[in-house]
Design a protein around this ligand. Structure first.
Ligand code: SAM
Length: 349
């Protein structure tokens, strides 16, 4: 594994700006996830330590810089853009960015602009998201039990999130619920969560906990392989294989009894790196070519070096040329320490 953020090697650009981004394994990079802030109004126990130190605001890319950076990726073939965090809806002025990025939807250069949110601010923003062309959103919700919700998020309020989901559905947004499977916490609830989500016309995706960042507790205690979850759900439901894909890593089944879709994201028990089409940019302009590797490229320096995009485009092309084949997360008795020091709020999952 290569370590650290690569520094900029300023040379004359060799690519043509319209070249699509293709990595050494022939995978086209069509999906960009942008973490617009590392801050969050929750402290989910599997995501962050309780006493997180956040980046100084001065280190963050401005909304204008984020907009320009996204524009360069879109010009190079990115068709799907997801804003994430931290909590993207706590970034001040976030709707200015969403509004500005929506021009790429209108121009047909982007197929989808979407967001992953904890839902706490959705009641306020759902209508505006819909106005700006956002059609689908992911809301992270691991439990419907208010006490468990507070324990998982450390200080979140379930009612607020449920009101946010109501507002999103009322605004016409399609909502997918993402739940992290947590041993001994929500494992008995996942079937009910599916029934609830499907009853409201929402898909549910269940995610395996990943060993990212020091969270002050052993991962082994949290880790629940989705092979186990799926086997248990199969006792209650008929899970029918379907081809449905959203461009992300989830593999879906249809639940015959509810008629709804159920996705599984299994970075540990079965990774899908061979079809990875994604890269991630942090709020400081660091590009990670793989969620599960440390190698990264600094895009803030080239972004600020010149108002034209040549150097920036070259830095992106150089980084994509190093995209690794995949990650190799392991959680077992010998591997309880984080695979990577970086917490999930840096790259946003
Ligand atoms: N605040 C937003 C939210 O809650 O959706 C966006 C950022 S959050 C980091 C994105 C997703 O990553 C959430 O669904 C969260 O549950 C998930 N997540 C965080 N840490 C994780 C971990 N260690 N393993 C698996 N999923 C994780």
């Amino acid at each position: 594994m290569t370590q650290g953020v690569a520094t900029l090697d300023i040379e004359r650009p060799q690519h043509r700006p319209s070249d699509p981004l293709v990595d050494p394994f022939g995978r086209s990079i069509s999906y960009l996830r942008v973490s617009v802030t590392d801050r969050c109004d929750f402290r989910c126990v599997y995501c962050m330590a309780e006493d997180m130190t956040f980046l100084p605001k001065a280190d963050l890319l401005s909304l204008e810089e984020l907009d320009r950076l996204c524009g360069v990726f879109i010009a190079r073939g990115v068709r799907k853009l997801r804003l994430t965090g931290g909590e993207p809806l706590v970034r001040r002025g976030i709707m200015t960015l969403v509004s500005s990025l929506s021009r790429h939807l209108a121009a047909g250069a982007l197929d989808e602009l979407t967001i992953t949110t904890n839902g706490s601010q959705l009641a306020k923003y759902a209508g505006e998201l819909a106005t700006h062309g956002v059609e689908r959103i992911n809301v992270s919700l691991d439990t419907l039990d208010p006490d468990k919700f507070r324990a998982i998020t450390r200080w979140g309020e379930l009612d607020k999130v449920l009101a946010g989901i109501d507002a999103a559905l009322a605004a016409g947004l399609r909502v997918k619920i993402n739940a992290v499977a947590l041993k001994g916490v929500n494992e008995d609830e996942l079937g009910d969560l599916a029934a609830w989500a499907h009853g409201r016309g929402m898909d549910l995706t269940i995610i395996e906990v990943m060993p990212l960042g020091d969270i002050g507790a052993g991962r082994l205690e949290q880790y629940l392989p989705l092979s186990v979850v799926r086997a248990r759900l199969s006792q209650r439901y008929t899970l029918e294989e379907i081809d449905y894909r959203t461009g992300g890593p989830a593999r879906y089944v249809k639940v015959k009894e509810t008629g709804g879709r159920l996705g599984f994201i299994t970075p540990l028990t079965h990774n899908f790196c061979e079809s990875c089409n994604r890269v991630r940019v942090t709020c400081t302009g660091t590009l990670y070519m793989c969620l599960g590797q440390e190698d990264a490229a600094d895009l803030r320096t080239p972004l600020r070096l010149s108002p034209d995009n040549d150097v920036l485009e070259q830095a992106i092309a150089d980084a994509i040329a190093r995209k690794p084949k995949g990650h190799d997360f392991i959680i077992d008795r010998r591997h309880q320490h984080p695979a990577l020091a970086r917490h999930m709020n840096v790259t946003g999952g």
